[in-house]
Design a protein around this ligand. Structure first.
Ligand code: M6R
Length: 366
C-alpha cells in the first residue's frame, strides 16, 4: 500500500505532481482566463459584494492561508486577514454579511476550524471551505466548497494536501479576480499558465531527493534550525520548520527574513543551520542580503535557490537548486525540498515518520 516507498510520507511527497494535476483537472477555462469551481456556490454578484476575506485554519493549513492572503491581496485587491482557528473563535471577531470566511482543512474535521466556521455563520459571514475529504463536517456545513483532490493522506505530516490547498487558492484567486473585474484577461491567462506548469516543475524539484538525503546526514546533530523567507515564501519557511519539528523532534523556527535582525539573529553561530529560501523573484535581493548577514555571523546556510544561481552557490554551505521559471508559483516548488529535508533528517534519526509522537492526523478535540 506504500507503493514501494519506505513510508507513506515519502510516497505522498512523490504523489504531489499527480495530486496537483487532479486538483486542476476540469477547472480551467484557459480561453477566458478564468476558472470553474463547481461547488463554490458564489456567483459573480456575490463575489463582487465581498469587501473583506478572513482565512481561518490550523497548522499546515494555516500556512496555506498565509500564502492565500498574499495571492488574493496581490491579484484581487481585497483585504485579507489570516487567523489561527483557536484564536479566531474566542476573539469576538468582526464578521458580517460582506465578509467571506474561508476555512482551510485537509480533514474537514478539525474541531477549532469547525467551531470558527459555526461562529462566522452565526455572525452572517459567507463560508467557503477548502477541504480534502468529501462530506466531512466542515465541507458539509460550509456554504461552498473547493475540494482538493490530493486523495487520502495517511502520513500525519501534511504534504500533498498542503500543495493542493495552495493550488486551490491560486484557482480561487483567479475566479475572484476575474469576477470582480480587477484581473485582466491576460493576467488570468498568465496565472493559469503558471498553475499548469506546476506539476512539471514539481517533478524537477523531486530530483533533489538524493542530494537532500546526503545533506540531511550532515545536520543530524543540530539542536535547532532556523528557516527564513520573505513574501509568499515566508509561509513556506514556517512550513519547513513545522515539518522538521513534527517528525524529527529538532527544534526549528520559521521567520520572516527581514525580521531576523529584531531578535533571532542573536541565536546564530557556527552550530546553527539556517535554511534560506532565496529563489529568483521579487524579494531576491532582500533575502540575499539577509543571507549574507547570517553568513557574516558564522551561520551554516542551506540555501534553496534558482537553478544556476552562482552568486548564491559561491557563498553557502549547501545549495538546493529549483527550476528557475517557477517564480510565481515558488511556494509550491519550494515546499518539496522542505518536505524532503524534514523527511530524511527524521529517517536518519530513526523517528516514526508517519506516526510522530503525541500527534494525531486529525485533531477533533480542542
Ligand atoms: O485537517 P486539517 O488541515 O484541519 O489539520 C490541521 C492541522 O492539524 C495539520 O495541518 C497539522 O498541522 C499537520 N500535522 C501538519 O503537518
Amino acid at each position: 500500500e506504500k507503493g514501494g516507498y519506505k513510508h507513506f510520507m515519502l510516497k505522498e511527497i512523490f504523489e504531489q505532481p499527480r495530486a496537483v494535476r487532479d486538483t486542476i483537472a476540469g477547472r480551467l477555462r484557459e480561453e477566458q482566463g478564468d476558472v470553474y469551481l463547481e461547488d463554490l456556490s458564489l456567483n459573480d454578484a456575490a463575489l463582487k459584494g465581498i469587501n473583506r476575506i478572513c482565512i481561518i485554519a490550523c497548522g499546515t493549513s494555516w500556512h496555506a492561508a498565509l500564502v492565500g492572503k498574499f495571492l488574493i491581496e496581490e491579484h484581487c485587491r481585497v483585504p485579507v486577514e489570516v487567523d489561527i482557528a483557536s484564536e479566531f473563535r474566542y476573539r469576538n471577531p468582526v464578521v458580517d454579511e460582506n465578509t467571506l470566511v474561508m476555512l482551510i482543512s485537509q480533514s474537514g474535521e478539525t474541531a477549532d476550524t469547525l467551531a470558527a466556521m459555526r461562529e462566522s455563520k452565526r455572525r452572517g459571514g459567507k463560508c467557503v471551505a477548502i477541504c480534502n475529504v468529501v462530506d466531512s463536517s466542515i465541507a458539509r456545513e460550509a456554504d461552498g466548497v473547493i475540494y482538493t483532490h490530493a486523495g487520502p493522506e495517511i502520513g500525519v505530516a501534511s504534504t500533498k494536501a498542503f500543495v493542493t490547498q495552495l493550488i486551490a487558492l491560486y484557482l480561487f484567486t483567479i475566479r475572484l479576480g476575474r469576477s470582480r473585474e480587477v484581473m485582466s484577461l491576460e493576467e488570468g491567462r498568465d496565472l493559469i499558465a503558471a498553475v499548469v506548469r506546476v506539476p512539471a516543475l514539481m517533478e524537477e524539484a523531486l530530483k533533489l531527493n538524493e542530494q537532500v538525503e546526503k545533506v540531511a546526514r550532515n545536520y543530524l546533530q543540530a539542536r535547532d534550525f532556523l528557516y527564513l523567507g520573505r513574501g509568499m515564501n515566508y509561509p513556506i519557511a514556517l512550513e519547513g520548520a513545522l515539518k522538521l519539528k513534527e517528525i524529527s523532534y529538532i527544534h526549528a523556527e520559521g521567520y520572516a527574513a527581514g525580521e531576523m535582525k529584531h531578535g533571532p539573529i542573536a541565536l546564530i553561530d557556527e552550530h546553527m543551520p539556517v535554511v534560506v529560501l532565496v529563489p529568483k523573484g521579487p524579494n531576491y535581493d532582500k533575502v540575499f542580503s539577509n543571507m549574507e548577514e547570517v553568513i557574516a555571523r558564522g551561520g551554516r546556510v542551506i540555501a534553496v535557490c534558482s537553478e544556476g544561481d552562482q552568486e548564491v552557490k559561491d557563498k553557502v554551505e549547501v545549495a538546493l537548486e529549483i527550476p528557475e521559471d517557477g517564480c510565481n508559483v515558488s511556494p509550491l516548488i519550494l515546499s518539496i525540498p522542505m518536505q524532503l529535508l524534514a523527511y530524511h533528517v527524521a529517517v536518519l534519526k530513526g523517528t516514526d515518520v508517519d506516526q510522530p509522537r503525541n500527534l494525531a492526523k486529525s485533531v477533533t478535540v480542542e
